[in-house]
Design a protein around this ligand. Sequence first.
Ligand code: B1M
Length: 233
Amino acid sequence: MSDDGELDLNSLNDEELVQQVHDDLYDGLKEEVEAAVHILLGRGWTPYKVLTEALVEGMRIVGVDFRDGILFVPEVLLAANSMKAGMTILRPLLIATGAPRQGKMVIGTVKGDIHDIGKNLVGMMMEGAGFEVIDLGINNPVEKYLAAMEEHKPDILGMSALLTTTMPYMKVVIDTMKEKGMRDDYVVLVGGAPLNEDFAKAIGADAYCRDAAVAVETAKSYMAKKHNQLTAN
Ligand code: B1M
């Protein structure tokens, strides 16, 4: 504690500081979260370690208490804004890896759903792995996905859904792609907390991605397959 009673984040060891980030995220203290992210980076933590151990884990705890009715939407919004502020610091570091160009992805959260933290994280990690990412934001109707595919000609379409009520909309998008005869022109990757492999298979997606790291690995392996097919022809 400093003389004015404020907690000096620098005085905490790494473990205490990460615990403090979880608490500050929970309390929606954006500036404290930002300060701690800078401190951890200054101590040599990789951006990915800060992201997963401090921010994502903090948000997981928020999610548990949201589910249990201990936290409500306004508090969770503050926590989400603090998380986003931390991610804003990490983004340029995560994307500046100099990875060779891999391919292009259009990604967006489906219609009716405004959750975007996971999608943003996937976008950041994909950029870091060398993908060009076109982020359509939240609440996307099928028309918006189709228009973006037409305009940007990506290799991959990524869709995110965090609600059991919005995840079926992914099938609407895939079915429309089939109707238009364009399904096989794209790799469709889906993700979001309520999804699983079986669901992805049932709706006709190419793969379910449990988290951002899996999304990157899955996208890379599809790009390698595509490359091999092109060179074989
Ligand atoms: Co919402 N919410 N929320 N929420 N919210 C959940 C999802 C919920 C599980 C909470 C709970 O009850 N435990 C629950 C859904 C229940 C269900 O459907 N089964 C829920 C609910 C009910 C709601 C509202 C309906 C609440 C209400 O109004 N009464 C409402 C709905 C609004 C809407 O969308 N129409 C609502 C609103 C909100 C806030 C606005 C307050 C806020 C969102 C702020 C924002 O995103 N800008 C919010 C938040 C923050 C959450 C929780 C707490 C955290 C989500 C998050 O950001 N996680 C969440 C609880 C939870 O998920 N356990 C919850 C961190 C993030 C890094 O993880 O998003 O899972 P995640 O992303 C991961 C993977 O899933 C994967 O990779 C990411 C990174 O590793 N992934 C992909 C995600 N998308 C991918 C796409 C890909 C690949 C991988 O494409 C290739």
